[in-house]
Design a protein. Structure first.
Length: 100
């Protein structure tokens, strides 16, 4: 085997190893950022949950019966769905404008 061929193969292997390593590091970094954002979203959701519970307690008095807790859950679910749909439409409209 020609020594130049050996060197070329060695250089090619180094290139692929480096490429794969960079790609793996990139994917790991993306996942970490996604997890941090999800954790912050969960913290924000829990804070809003406490705030809205206190609001409902002040409006209706006390911790509430099962019926009041179910009403709270339904109202919050509808509110979350409405906000999600609204944000989805905004993002879709923005993406369409960018493509034009």
């Amino acid at each position: 085997m020609d020594p130049r061929e050996k060197t070329e193969i060695s250089e090619l292997e180094k290139f692929w190893e480096k490429y794969e390593l960079d790609r793996v590091q990139s994917h790991v970094g993306e996942r970490i950022v996604t997890l941090v954002i999800a954790a912050l979203g969960l913290i924000a959701a829990l804070a809003w949950d406490d705030a809205l519970k206190h609001l409902f307690e002040n409006l209706f008095g006390g911790a509430g019966s099962l019926w009041e807790q179910l009403s709270y859950a339904v109202i919050i679910t509808v509110l979350a769905a409405a906000v999600s749909v609204w944000l989805g439409k905004k993002i879709t409209a923005r993406e369409r404008r960018r493509k034009e």
